[in-house]
Design a protein around this ligand. Structure first.
Ligand SMILES: [Zn+2]
Length: 377
């Protein structure tokens, strides 16, 4: 529920609205009724413009929803589970682990959305042509353009746009190397984002309008392209490593009743930042980096157990799980460290730093080798 409100369920897929949706909906309805429709279709009353604005915004939302559903429907056809779709106003995020897909599945799933938008755009274009000069014509005029933009923008072959996913699938089928395919496709995504930023920049200086929007979309796309690539790299490295091979087992265990003042005195020179709170059984983790400052007069009255991250609030990872699973759990909970379990007993700790160091290490010393051996496939 963190990412949005569920509005309905279809084919077992929960459709959620992201919180930003309402804001954009109001903003869009307002800008359509205050400027777009009066400019292109003059002569109506303010109330009519508002109705047109709201209707057009809702229909645009339905268009985006249908675009997203056609991705999910294709996933269903290819026997891939889709848990949920979270809709932002201009797009959505489907709850699918797309990194494990067959190239053919990813390709079909990726292009089904833009293709459906093209069909919708064509339908609205026909309505626009056939009606004449009424309110419906005005709304169809807006929607055929928006659906066309939605289709064309998403067909740009830059990862993680739909076209980029399709392009990556083709590269993946050709090179048999997901990391390499993602690297190329997300590079195209970054180049496209760069063009948007430059285009927006020129727009701002020449006053041709929309410049800031282009820069924002470009900046966002650039960021997402980089992030998506890093995720694929992280997964390819970490899923081959077991948690038990990199976890930290030598951790100082402290008495839960030890006062903070004593801890500060005793462990000032200790270079690690993590401690277990233990009294026969592990009760929590002290992460020095996350400790809030406590006034000196209270330090001798505060036992460590009160400052520890309680174990029940942190997810644990099995020692036989992959390091990638640990990364997912860590980034989902916001802690710097999570316990590693061996048959329900804490056997060690895994931290963000361990994972990052290991990734940097593999990239530095094994990256070139990995790439070479894969090309020879
Ligand atoms: Zn799409």
């Amino acid at each position: 529920m963190k990412d949005g409100i569920k509005i309905f369920s279809i084919l077992g897929i929960d459709v959620k609205l992201h919180y930003s949706w309402w804001f954009i909906f109001i903003l869009l309805s307002w800008s359509l009724s205050a400027s777009f429709f009066p400019l292109y279709f003059p002569g109506y009353s303010t109330g009519t413009y508002w109705l047109m604005g709201i209707a057009a915004s809702l229909l645009l939302f339905i268009s985006v929803l249908l675009h997203e559903l056609s991705h999910s429907l294709m996933a269903r056809i290819r026997k891939i589970k889709v848990k949920s779709i979270t809709l932002f106003f201009f797009g959505g995020v489907a709850g699918i682990d797309t990194e494990d897909l067959k190239p053919s599945s990813e390709f079909l799933m990726a292009i089904s959305g833009p293709l459906f938008s093209l069909i919708l755009g064509g339908m609205f274009y026909l309505i626009y042509l056939s009606d004449g000069q009424g309110v419906i014509t005005a709304i169809a005029f807006y929607l055929y353009q928006l659906n066309l933009i939605l289709a064309l923008f998403n067909l740009v072959p830059g990862y993680p746009l739909d076209g980029g996913r399709a392009f990556r699938a083709v590269l993946y089928a050709y090179y048999k190397d997901l990391v390499k395919a993602t690297a190329i496709a997300s590079q195209v995504g970054k180049i496209f984002a760069g063009f948007l930023i430059i285009f927006g920049f020129i727009g701002i200086f020449t006053g041709s309008g929309g410049g800031l929007w282009f820069m924002l979309i470009g900046g966002f796309l650039y960021f997402i392209a980089g992030l998506s690539y890093q995720q694929v790299v992280a997964k390819s490295i970490l899923e081959k490593i077991k948690v038990k091979d990199i976890m930290k087992t030598r951790i100082i265990a402290l008495n839960p009743e030890m006062m903070l003042s004593e801890f500060i005195k005793k462990y000032a020179d200790y270079e690690d930042n993590l401690f277990l709170i233990k009294n026969n059984q592990v009760q929590g983790i002290i992460d020095v980096d996350l400790l809030a400052p406590i006034k000196p007069e209270y330090q001798s009255k505060t036992p460590l157990i009160k400052l520890a991250l309680p174990l029940r609030n942190i997810p644990a990872v099995d020692k036989n799980a992959s390091a990638y699973r640990a990364l997912q759990l860590l980034s989902g909970c916001g802690a710097n460290a999570i316990p590693v379990l061996d048959k329900n007993k804490v056997a060690g700790i895994i931290t963000q730093r361990i994972l990052l160091n290991r990734m940097a290490w593999e990239l530095k010393f094994r990256g070139g080798q990995l790439r070479k051996s894969r090309i020879n496939h």
